[in-house]
Design a protein around this ligand. Sequence first.
Ligand code: ADP
Ligand code: MG
Ligand code: ZN
Length: 607
Amino acid sequence: MKNLFKNLFIIIIIFILVSSLFSLFTRSDKNTQTISLTELAQEINDEKIKKIEVNNQTLNITLNDDALQSTSKEAESSLTETLKNYGVEPAKLHKVQIDITQESGLKFWLGSVILPFVLPLALMGLFLWFILRQSQKGAGQAFGFTRSLARIILPEDKKNKSTSFKDVAGLKEAKEELLEVVDFLKNPKKFIDIGAKIPKGVLLIGPPGCGKTLLARAVSGEANVPFFHISGSEFVELFVGVGSARVRDMFQTAKKSSPCIIFIDELDAIGRHRGAGLGGGHDEREQTLNQILVEMDGFEPNSGVVLLAATNRPDILDPALLRPGRFDRRVILDLPDINDREDILKIHAQNKPLTAEVNLRQIAERTPGFSGADLANLVNEAAILAARQNKKEVSLLNLISSIEKVMLGPERKSHILSQEEKKIAAHHEAGHALVAASLPHTDPIRKISIIARGQAAGYTLKLPERDKHLHSKTEFVEELAVLLGGYYSEKEVFNEITTGAGNDLEKATDLARRLVMRYGMSEKLGPRTFGETEDLIFLGKEITTEKNYSEKIAAEIDSEVSLLIGNASKTAQKILAEKRALLDKIAGRLIEKETIEKEEFEELMKS
Ligand code: ADP
Ligand code: MG
Ligand code: ZN
């Protein structure tokens, strides 16, 4: 609107300028006397005239005394003829100098065509054009809305070359798979000659933080082709139809610049099962997904466009996405094992000076279950800690305290317990630790603490000695007893229960249900699963957990869960009652020192 006013203002100024120019050209001389043709004839006969300038119908007359006069004649007849008709003697006329001037082209056009007609028209046109352009800009914005938000990284872009396969530790199989794709894009002839079809789509699957996005960036660094990067959530827009328009747009742009790679991060944001939404089957996500499927079918196998996508929820992806011809390659990225963890730590410790005592292998040993992102975070936290202590190097202690910080959240030292609360918390944690240490298949205790951390008022930290991929029923049953250790310790010592055990009970119940319903670990119900959990939508599990068993079975599940918990309770109670003295001793040490480390705890257990 503001612009419109500005333009209007400019146009008015131009009008004023033009009209003054116009009047300049058409201005008639003030001291020119207008006479009639009869008078002119008389003057010629009187020999008063020096010169007549004929300009179309206008006659500009210069008298002998240089006075100026003007008159006009009919357009049709010539001047001589006209004058003759007015009774001018031919001999007299010959004495007059007659100049016939065609009004100079420019002046003529300017004066009689351009200024009065063309210019206003042109100005009108200009004005219209301005307005049109204005509204077009608006339309353009609405249009650009559907332009895909994909960031394009071109091969010449040196800045993005910073990530390469060297920056990704572990993930060997995934790297191999992707190298193949990179190789194809660099050298397609080799593959085509032998009749091979390169996959259209490669899906990276792995838990959060395991390096999917990082790996894709490394591919863009390695491959010498344009790399389109877009996140699934960016696709999904509130406006219906825009999501699919973006997909179309992105594929079109990509095809134009083939060979290239398209990377869709967090595919699950759009790739959920169709028909799972609540919008009556026509919701936005579905349209977008359909468009992706259409586009994937649309490009030729060897067209040089490779689609790369990442997700941590393959279970909720639409099966149509996974069928051959679409994402026909699936690459599973696992959480790093101990060697990979060491490598990841090395990569992230590269530009951080470490003290000589630090052995990253030790840190890797203490961090089973950590993802690449956790490890990167750990190293960073350690560096921050060292800097806060004004040290020049990161020490082993910095790294170790960061492990706990990453795992459990920051310590809340301000969360001060009263003497009574401290006693309860100490016995609670000692209960967990004692039960765990008394059972043969549990992970060793690393640390017990009654300093609040994150959500927990205190914690008992157990870590496996090796990476574990399979868990046995025995382990789970013992774990149940450990979870209940805190609860029964409070009951044993104070004959009272506090809210502090609530979280433990929740975990225990959940674990027991999983044993029965998912792992087939109940004697009575046998090897089958119960309930199809499809938490597809945002409303939470309840709605979609399909109950595919009878009420009778439901009752049996409940009784089996109760049985498992009951047995675990007995185990915990027995241990705590038998070792009551030891329990008090551990709790006493906790009240005194607030934290007990592995070695000290083992010492206590031996006594
Ligand atoms: P996601 O799988 O969730 O996409 P990211 O790729 O975003 O995980 O990883 C997050 C960060 O974790 C990376 O930026 C990187 O610093 C670190 N990281 C994860 N995996 C690795 C790895 N294998 N090697 C090196 N760093 C890693
Ligand atoms: Mg990611
Ligand atoms: Zn507890």
